[in-house]
Design a protein around this ligand. Sequence first.
Ligand SMILES: Nc1ncnc2c1ncn2[C@@H]1O[C@H](COP(=O)(O)OP(=O)(O)O)[C@@H](O)[C@H]1O
Ligand SMILES: [Mg+2]
Length: 366
Amino acid sequence: MSVTESAVLDALRSVQDPDLHRDIVTLGFVKEVKIDGSAVSFSVELTTPACPVKEVLQQQCEDAVAALEGVEKVDVTMTARVRDRVAEAQDLIPGVKQAIAIASGKGGVGKSTVAINMAIALAQTGAKVGLLDADIYGPSIPLMMGCSDARPFTQDGKIVPIEKHGIHMMSLGFLLEEGQAVLWRGPMVAGTVKQLLADVAWGELDYLLVDLPPGTGDAPMSLAQLVPLSGVVIVTTPHNVAANIAGKSAALFRRLNSPIIGVVENMAKFICPGCGSESRIFKGMSGEQLASTLGVPYLGSVPMDPYISESSDEGEPSLVKFPDRPQGEAFRSIAKILASQASILAIGKSDLATKSAETGLFQPVQ
Ligand SMILES: Nc1ncnc2c1ncn2[C@@H]1O[C@H](COP(=O)(O)OP(=O)(O)O)[C@@H](O)[C@H]1O
Ligand SMILES: [Mg+2]
């Protein structure tokens, strides 16, 4: 007796997405089931190409279907489609599926470093990634990405992002003369952030990462008010001052209905280049403690590594220049956890939106 599509789907209901806590059939991940005698093929569409459990899920799918009577060959193709933010009718960045801000309380904790290397890590998984430098007082993306001389052109009335290492970038640094300082007040900051979103040809992107200035000033406020953010990543160093102000920054975003995706700890560990031993240098609140205080996921820790500052000073992302050092692995792992947490938030929101449409009882969280 040959196997049926419904038997295949039933078998696949035993495969759970560990983050979304539902089976992959209910989640609508299983596509294109084809049955040819005893050979079964189908694809599984994940919520991000950076899924940390891709291989595990693939194996579980294979095993579940292979166990069916009458099946001799199973062919599983893993694909990904990043799910949309619940966008408002007049979204400034309609082609962007997920907009993720990188924030901190204090300056110099490594926001730009984390933003750049997250962008590279996500792009390396096959995602389409943009990087917006919203640190309008001290734009550093152009220098750190080694393209400070680039000048964007305009096409059809929109500014075309600068592209390097597969990342589509925009920064005020590309638009200002060298050495020109910005001395703007609140409303001008809001206007500029709006322009960097609406007047740039961002096109279709899976992820737009937004590198913010430190603290709770005008730029983070305007950003959260101008576009529905998928969420915010808080970068912190293990100093109590950093953690304390990071908490305030998290509170601001929550007030503005932007969920906190999680906390990244930077420069807490030093891995000795000679013997490889690991030591924690500072005694302040760790990223893990801050995450648990805020009640949000802890995304991981980037070790202190002289190669990171060397590469950023030379304008080469450290993940490109030194992919095999311990920080490279840390960046890749954090990017995967970040992408899966953002998917969890997106799926939660669309669930609420569906329930809201069905029953009128729930309002989507924006
Ligand atoms: N893990 C790290 N190891 C070594 N140097 C780092 C690390 N993270 C950041 N840096 C360096 O610290 C400085 C500040 O980082 P940056 O990303 O510009 O911080 P922010 O954007 O928060 O102001 C930069 O010179 C950067 O190269
Ligand atoms: Mg910065």
